[in-house]
Design a protein around this ligand. Sequence first.
Ligand SMILES: [Fe+2]
Length: 286
Amino acid sequence: MARIIAGVATSHVPAIGVALDQGKTQDPYWQPLFAGYEFSKRWIAEQKPDVVILVYNDHASAFSLEMIPTFAIGCADSFAPADEGWGPRPVPVVEGHPQLAWHIAQSTILDEFDMTIVNKMDVDHGLTVPLSLMFGQPGSSSFQWPCKVIPLAVNVVQYPPPTGNRCWNLGRAIRKAVESFESFDRDLKVMIWGTGGMSHQLQGPRAGLINRAFDTAFLDGLTRDPMALTRIPHLDYVREAGSEGIELVMWLIMRGALAADAREIYRFYHVPASNTAVGHIILENP
Ligand SMILES: [Fe+2]
């Protein structure tokens, strides 16, 4: 048996990874940001998930404009940190959970989601920065991530990305898949994380755009009325949250996989981190 115990959402800004890797977490610019994750690190150390389904987007590391899957699930035994131009991040190889990943692939595809199955893939900052924020930085070469990770990559870089509603429904299908998983050795505690966002725009005349009101309403909506968030059209994301704010649809996969009455137990919001509004929320299933 397996069950989803909680959902986590967090930004995955690449500069956060650089700050961690270069030991700058206590610099005045970065200290307030990392302080916002101290509760989360304590919380997850108590929760001890066996598997994290980590929803993120690839940034032209594993995929490129030559091949753009809308949804892609990593079914491999392991996933190496990608070289994004400065060498791979000095973080552990990510261990997968092929049994559960294949089961989710089978269940969601038979539920009519066109999921791409990936058997070899490097994972970039979109996946490794959230792991670092939640589990901390390697203190020694023997450090391993404390749980298995199933990467779930979503296209939010090339139009058209999936709608928020499609993402929500995929989350529901993932929940159904997890709950029908038969684990013969022991029960699995599963978490699902949605990453990316919040408001940010990296190019063009509006570069640097931050919209605190939109971000706050989105965070409120995750708890109070997530269905309303599924109806936000793409143009509203671009207008209100900037050209990269569309990453927030990935949070709706996480939210769709949780119970309707999932409870918010922590929230953090910080501006700026490398021109991005950093948002973070933890929701526990009842
Ligand atoms: Fe991203």
